[in-house]
Write a protein that binds this ligand. Structure first.
Ligand code: ADP
Ligand code: MG
Length: 630
């Protein structure tokens, strides 16, 4: 037996390890399973290239709990280590066998999928154990088994072991404060979190499988059962396969594997696959999204060579795509750096723009191949697309081909199509195309109908960030503007050369205005606006100026608006059509009482059609109306 000192620069690394990584101490298991996986994959590679003369077989990694002995064991059937290797790779903390292997077998790089340095590596086991043993035997012929042991001080012992089979067994004697790792439930949870898709099968205990009843079984006979190995992982997850080998159903099944609690099917998927200038594979899914942008718990998961790293992909995936689900696997994402550094990292930037491009290409081809299907999905995907158009200029350009502008009647146009279709009718006297829209078909019904009566099309723009998008479109396109149908009366929204002549004289107008203001009273939120319109347009109408309303909306959904707008009171215009017979009647009315009643009733009708009549005022209106019909 030999003893020695582990070669580290600090006097005693273990208290440090424990202290610094305390919050994250569960990762020790990921590290040890990664090492066991590496050891197995190395052997696989060596047998494949004929350098190892042993049978590779069907190696597994086994995790075992012994509650009595308070140990957790991780056993693999990989390449194992000779005494010299233990001395080099374990005792010299700075050495990595993984790095050396990749150096030596350069071509093994991508194919072998060696995980290598992840975090703290092997020594993270001291976060949870106060003694660690390694019993290992190299795959090389006549290499004696070795037993290494260390109790958390820099001193270790090394001696001969009896182990017959190749591979490595790591024995953790769990510390008093880490007995949670003796619970089956806790270990299974960790294995499923970090190792669900690792490339070597991981066995943890057994489970009971129900077998089909034999033909001659009686009704009351119980179905036979069998104890089978409880394999934690799927070693060949869908993203590691070629798209050509996968059917739509395979992608859907994999989605369910990733998110067992999701019952809604994804709308479509995007298979990512690059190997130059960086390595990246993965599958992204577009889930059904609602307008409610609440925190979602099922997020994109980031893997490195099939080992789970995090489900916080902020900085790696452009923000607008973090609403998607799925996996990304890349050995090229630096893991041990801060997020702000990550965003500045060149490789990460390339990854982010690659993903953006892939998503845009996929959307484009979905649109081209099946426009009808794409239109049906539009409502569920528009938030991601609109958000992408707002936040990434490259995506904005690409989205030109597939971003849709639906009408209130359910027709869908691209921007180019809609401008082409509307320009004859909706271009104003200054040669500007005005795109009328509604944000709520029900609430703005009467305004929509009025626009349609004039032969205009009304778009339906109802996502929460649409105000920002319109702002962006107005500044990046020439001579267009958006106006909500209730922003003003139509002749003002789309001003044409010919103007209507008012039937009222100036004196009559003044008198009308005065009468209206008297009824509205001091401090009213309505500003009277007299307009000469078609005699069949509504006599009274309440409008809300586009600019102010949009700024307020933009501020409510974050940024872009003017400071302080969010707290501004609502401002409305009361548009009065001076050419309507009712207005003439009001002016001609002799008694003050009757005139007041006519004005109040008309005003309430206008408020009703804008959805502003509520509570006590609504009750009074209904009462008054019954009296009038009597
Ligand atoms: P890394 O995995 O980055 O190399 P570790 O500290 O996790 O760093 O492991 C150090 C080295 O110890 C490994 O590279 C490998 O050579 C050796 N090693 C650790 N665990 C095993 C194992 N289960 N089988 C064979 N070798 C192992
Ligand atoms: Mg390691």
């Amino acid at each position: 037996m030999a003893t020695g000192k582990i070669n580290v620069s600090v006097d005693n690394i273990f208290p440090l390890i424990k202290k610094f990584l305390y919050s994250d101490h569960e990762i020790f298991l990921r590290e040890l399973i990664s090492n066991a996986t590496d050891a197995t994959l190395k052997l696989k590679h060596l047998t494949a290239i004929g350098e190892a003369k042993v049978e590779y077989g069907n190696p597994q990694i086994e995790v075992k709990i012994d509650k009595k002995a308070k140990t957790l064991r991780i056993i693999d059937q990989g390449i194992g280590m000779s005494e010299a290797e233990v001395k080099k790779y374990i005792n010299e903390v700075a050495f990595s066998g993984a790095e050396e292997f990749l150096d030596k077998y350069k071509d093994a790089g991508k194919d072998a999928g060696i995980i290598g340095h992840f975090g703290l590596g092997f020594y993270s086991s001291f976060m949870v154990a106060d003694k660690v043993e390694i019993i290992t035997k190299s795959y090389l012929e006549d290499s004696p088994a070795v037993h290494w042991s260390c109790d958390g001080s820099p001193e270790f012992t090394i001696k001969k072991a009896k182990k017959k089979e190749r591979g490595t067994e790591i024995i953790l004697h769990l510390a008093e404060d880490s007995t949670e790792f003796l619970e089956e439930g806790r270990i299974e949870e960790l294995l499923r979190k970090y190792n669900k898709f690792m490339p070597v099968p991981i066995k943890f205990g057994t489970r009971t499988e129900t077998l089909p009843k034999p033909e001659d079984a009686k009704e009351e006979d119980p179905a036979p059962t069998k104890e089978v190995a409880n394999i934690i992982n799927n070693p060949n997850p869908a993203w590691t396969k070629k798209p050509a080998d996968l059917e739509d159903a395979d992608y859907k099944n994999f989605y369910r594997e990733l998110y067992p609690m999701q019952f809604e099917e994804p709308l479509f998927h995007i298979h990512l696959n690059v190997d130059y200038p960086f390595n990246l594979t993965g599958i992204l899914y577009f889930p059904k999204l609602t307008n409610d942008l609440n925190l979602q718990k099922d997020r994109i998961q980031l893997y490195q060579n099939q080992v789970f790293v995090t489900d916080n992909v902020e900085g790696i995936v452009p923000e607008f795509l973090t609403m998607l689900r799925g996996v990304i696997d890349s050995p090229d994402i630096p893991l041990n750096v801060s997020r702000s550094y990550l965003q500045a990292d060149g490789a990460v930037k390339k990854i982010s723009s690659y993903i953006t491009r892939k998503v845009a290409d996929k959307l484009n081809s979905l649109f081209k191949e099946d426009r009808e299907g794409f239109e049906k999905k539009w409502n569920d995907i528009k938030i991601v697309i609109e958000y992408g158009m707002l936040s990434e200029d490259k995506f904005f350009e690409k989205a030109e081909n597939f971003a849709l502008y639906p009408t209130v009647d359910g027709d869908y146009y691209t921007f180019e199509e809609v401008t082409e279709k509307l320009k004859a009718q909706q271009t104003d006297k200054d040669d500007k195309l005005v795109l009328l829209y509604a944000s709520d078909k029900e609430a703005q019904h009467s305004y929509i109908e009025a626009a349609k009566a004039k032969g205009y099309e009304v778009l339906l723009m109802d996502s929460p960030i649409v105000a920002h998008l319109m702002q962006k479109l107005e500044t990046s396109k020439e001579k267009i503007s958006f106006a909500r149908v209730d922003a003003d009366h139509l002749d003002k929204l789309i001003q044409k050369e010919e103007t209507q002549i008012s039937k009222l004289s100036d004196a009559e107008k003044d008198s009308l205005k005065e009468q209206l203001n008297t009824v509205l009273g001091e401090g009213s939120s309505y500003t009277v606006q007299l307009e000469a319109m078609d005699s069949d347009a509504a006599p009274f109408m309440i409008t809300e100026p586009e600019f102010m309303r949009r700024m307020k909306e933009m501020q409510q959904t974050g940024g872009g608006g003017m400071f302080g707008m969010g707290n501004m009171p609502e401002m409305y215009n009361l548009v009065v059509n001076t050419n309507h017979p009712l207005v003439g009647e009001i002016l001609g009315t002799k008694t003050e009482k009757k005139r007041k009643r006519l004005i109040n009733q008309s005003l309430d009708l206008a408020r009703l059609s804008k959805g502003l009549l509520k509570g006590e005022e609504l009750t009074a209106f209904i009462k008054r109306s019954y009296e009038m019909v009597k």
